[in-house]
Every structure is written in structure tokens, then in C-alpha cells.
Design a protein around this ligand. Structure first.
Ligand SMILES: NC(=O)c1ccc[n+]([C@@H]2O[C@H](COP(=O)([O-])OP(=O)(O)OC[C@H]3O[C@@H](n4cnc5c(N)ncnc54)[C@H](O)[C@@H]3O)[C@@H](O)[C@H]2O)c1
Length: 438
């Protein structure tokens, strides 16, 4: 039996041991699915507190069902460690580490690189490695392949298998989870694609699309997220123009949505947030420059989206001005600092920039978010206060920056002086006289 047949057999009869590097929003759900599918799974993370939590069966990711984690940990199907020498015992490993931007908005690929180096040290014949982190087209072949072949002396496609398969997790989505979201797989060579696709077919319930190369899979992920980024940019620009023209942008979108083809609704807001949509397009922007190309649409959309937190301040100025109040010295109560509704993730959240901008203007800002009791931004610690009648009443302006479903919007409307709703969260509230919508 050759190496490919051997790994395929292990995958298909579930004797393969699988590893996941990075136990965050992407890696923990994937680890649980692999363990649930019947694979002995080892999760690797550099954060000891996450390793400890997993080993104790304590869930910290909203999309993971507590009982599922508890079950796979108790049954011994999932364990976690910070010791990368366990890679020796692993047949297939997925890399799910962060891919942020540095201060110059350039890709920070250091987490992927260090994971690759950790794997390379223990890479062995017959192994499959899949990169799931979002990145620029070329990362799998230019970075991973080079590190693996150089360090191990093994040859990809002959001695081991390597693929890119982008994660598409949408935190808080009640319909689509890791298990039922279609997956794209692009391997370095046909055998790598076949082996990687076989693993996903055994773990997931969804369609597996086999791309002809890792570059195609890397680029399609960037396309998905750039598509969202640019369309949100368009919705934000529409909001700005509509306000100037005295038109309700939300109604405009509802009307446009009635077209059954050729239009998909995107909504304006206080800016872009999360670890994906605001960042991923810049991975392409950076890479495109190598090919003497400037990604104009991405830059333009970035300009509009990045302006939104400041636009919120400008609109707030105008609202307070109507009340004969200066922003300087006013009390501003922010509702929701998560980057989107019903999640506890505030990475890149525009609400943090809104708060910073308000404070810069001399406003006294406090916030409430049931999912984020405290957060640190630029070394400053912020703590959530209660959503009480008194706190609402004491604010000169209440600004809604995340549309959490647990908020009692009638209660908020009743007890606030004025509300600036940047998410159209109050659309179903019966009385609207003290509400201004973005
Ligand atoms: N969060 C999402 O909604 C989402 C959706 C689709 C794709 N992605 C992509 O998936 C990747 C991971 O994102 P995430 O949200 O899960 O990040 P995360 O920060 O939640 O988790 C990443 C984990 O990797 C660990 N880590 C960092 N370096 C490591 C190393 N060298 N070895 C082992 N562990 C290491 C961190 O401690 C952390 O626990 C990113 O590329 C992101 O763009 C994220």
C-alpha cells in the first residue's frame, strides 16, 4: 500500500489521529466536529488557559454546544496541549491561527509561520496538513510548502500532503455552522486535494468543492470577504447620501430587496468589525502590489467604512446641537460594543473607535454590553455598566452600536432622552419620537 492509500484508509476507517492548531473561534468548533465524527483529536494552542479549559470540558466559544464539548472531552476523543511534539502522533493537522494586520495595514503572517515551523519539526511521512486561516493567495505554496520541504527533507505529494481550505464560520449564525457549511479544498497537487477532501467528507455534512490549486481556494476566500466589505461600503455610502437627501436608507434597502434576482441586501452601520471582513481584503491589496496592481475598490471601500465611526460622531454632534448641547461634557451611553449582534467578540469592533472618538471630543462615555463585561482598547480598561432606567435617563444621548436581540428596545426607548440608532435596531419599537436612525 502506498502512502496515499494508507492515509486515505486511516481517514475512511477513522483510525487517523487529527490535530487542530489554534483553539479559537474557528479551531475549537472544528476540533469538536472532528472528535464527534469519530476521530481522536488533539487541539494545540499556545494559550495555556484555553488548553486547560478544553481539557476540563469548559466551553468558551458561543458556536460550540457545551454538552458536545463536554462529551468529546469526557470520552477522551478530544484533548488539548501546548506541547507541539504531539504532532508526531498526528496524521492530519489543520492550522487555524490568527491572520491579523500590522500597524501599517499589512499582513501579519507570523502566527501561520510559527505554526508551520512547529509542525515542520515533527512532520512525518504520510501526513496531511491543511491551512484554514484566511490569507493572501500564495501562502500555502510560497510559505508552508517551502518551510515543510526545507525542514523535513520530505516532498509534498510524494511523502506528505498539503492543502488550503478556508474556514467560513459565521459566529452567531443559527443555521450554518462548521458542520453544514460547504467547504472549498485546494491541494498542492491532485493527491493532496483528494486526501484533504476525504477528511472533510468524513467530518462535515456539506458539499466539498475541490479547487484546482491552493491559490484558487485562497483567492476565493478573499473574494467572499471582499464582496462583503465592498457591499457594506456601498450601503454605508448610501446611508450618508440618503441622510443628506432626507431619505430613509433602511426603507430604500427594504424596497430594493423585493427584487428577486440581482440584488443582495447589505446594511449600513457604525463601521466594520470582526477578525475577517475589515482585514482580509488588505491581504490581497498587499499581495497585488507585488504584481504592480493597486486594488482601487478595496481602498475606496476601506475609506468609507473606516470613516463611519467618525460619521457617527458628526451625526451625534448635530443631534446634540438641536438640543442646544455641546458634545464636550455630554454623557453618552453606548449600547453594544461587540462587532455584531449576539456575539462576545469585539475584535476590530467599530464601537471601540466610536467611544474613542467621543472621548477625544470631551464626552463622558459609558457602555453596556451583556456579552462583554469589560474590554481593553489601547491599554485602557472599560467596564460595562447596567442597563437601568437611571443609567439611560442620565445620558444626554444613547447610541446603539450593536443590535443584540436581548436588549429590551421598548424599555430603552421609554427611558432615554434621545437615541441615535446606528443599526436600525429600534425598527419595531412603537414610539419613535426620540429616535434618530443612521
Ligand atoms: N472568527 C471568524 O469568524 C472567522 C471566520 C472565518 C475565518 N476566520 C479565520 O480563521 C483564522 C483564525 O481565526 P479565529 O477567529 O479562530 O482566531 P482566534 O484568535 O479566535 O483563535 C486563534 C487561536 O490560535 C492560537 N494561536 C496563535 N498562534 C499559535 C501558534 N503558533 N500555535 C498554536 N496556537 C496558536 C491563539 O492562542 C488562539 O487561541 C483567521 O485567519 C481568521 O481570519 C475567522
Amino acid at each position: 500500500m502506498d502512502l496515499k492509500e494508507a492515509i486515505l484508509e486511516k481517514i475512511n476507517n477513522k483510525t487517523a489521529v487529527v490535530g487542530v492548531i489554534g483553539l479559537g473561534y474557528v479551531g475549537l468548533p472544528l476540533s469538536v466536529e472532528k472528535a464527534k465524527a469519530g476521530y481522536k483529536t488533539i487541539g494545540f494552542d499556545v494559550q495555556h488557559k484555553k488548553v486547560k479549559a478544553v481539557n476540563e470540558g469548559l466551553n468558551y466559544i458561543g458556536d460550540v454546544v457545551d454538552a458536545d464539548l463536554d462529551k468529546v472531552v469526557k470520552s477522551g476523543m478530544l484533548t488539548a496541549t501546548s506541547d507541539f511534539s504531539f504532532i508526531k502522533n498526528v496524521d492530519c493537522v489543520a492550522i487555524c491561527v490568527p491572520t491579523p494586520l500590522d500597524v501599517y495595514q499589512q499582513p501579519d503572517i507570523s502566527y501561520v509561520k510559527s505554526s508551520a515551523e512547529s509542525i515542520a519539526e515533527f512532520l512525518h511521512a504520510g501526513m496531511l496538513i491543511v491551512l484554514e486561516s484566511t490569507t493572501y493567495p500564495g501562502t500555502t505554496e510560497e510559505l508552508l510548502l517551502t518551510v515543510f520541504e526545507k525542514t523535513s527533507g520530505l516532498k509534498c505529494g510524494k511523502d506528505f500532503y498539503l492543502a488550503f481550505s478556508p474556514e467560513r464560520v459565521d459566529p452567531g449564525n443559527l443555521l450554518y455552522k462548521t458542520k453544514n457549511t460547504p467547504k472549498v479544498v485546494g491541494g498542492v497537487g491532485k493527491d493532496s486535494t483528494e486526501v484533504a477532501a476525504a477528511l472533510y467528507r468524513n467530518v462535515l455534512e456539506s458539499e466539498i468543492f475541490e479547487a484546482s490549486s491552493p491559490k484558487v481556494a485562497e483567492m476565493e476566500k478573499i473574494l467572499e470577504n471582499t464582496y462583503r466589505n465592498i457591499n457594506i461600503g456601498l450601503a454605508n455610502e448610501m446611508a450618508i447620501i440618503c441622510h443628506k437627501m432626507g431619505i430613509d436608507v433602511w426603507e430604500v434597502i427594504e424596497a430594493a430587496k423585493t427584487k428577486p434576482y440581482g440584488f443582495q441586501a447589505f446594511y449600513p452601520g457604525p463601521g466594520l468589525g470582526g477578525h475577517c471582513i475589515p482585514l482580509d481584503p488588505y491581504y490581497l491589496t498587499w499581495k497585488a502590489r507585488e504584481y504592480d496592481y493597486h486594488t482601487r475598490l478595496i481602498e475606496t471601500s476601506g475609506e468609507i467604512n473606516n470613516y463611519m465611526p467618525q460619521y457617527v460622531i458628526e451625526r451625534s454632534y448635530a443631534i446634540l446641537n438641536r438640543e442646544k448641547k455641546a458634545l464636550n461634557g455630554s454623557k453618552i451611553f453606548i449600547l453594544g460594543v461587540a462587532y455584531k449582534q449576539d456575539v462576545d467578540d469585539y475584535r476590530e469592533s467599530p464601537a471601540l473607535k466610536v467611544i474613542e472618538n467621543f472621548e477625544r471630543e470631551g464626552a463622558h462615555v459609558f457602555y453596556h454590553d451583556p456579552y462583554i463585561p469589560e474590554y481593553k482598547y489601547k491599554d485602557k480598561l472599560h467596564r460595562s455598566i447596567e442597563l437601568t432606567k437611571e443609567n439611560l435617563k442620565s445620558a444626554d444621548l444613547v447610541v446603539i452600536t450593536a443590535m443584540h436581540t436581548v436588549f429590551d428596545y421598548e424599555f430603552i426607548q421609554k427611558n432615554s432622552k434621545i437615541i441615535f440608532d446606528t443599526k436600525n435596531a429600534m425598527k419595531n419599537v412603537s414610539k419613535k419620537q426620540n429616535i434618530e436612525v443612521l
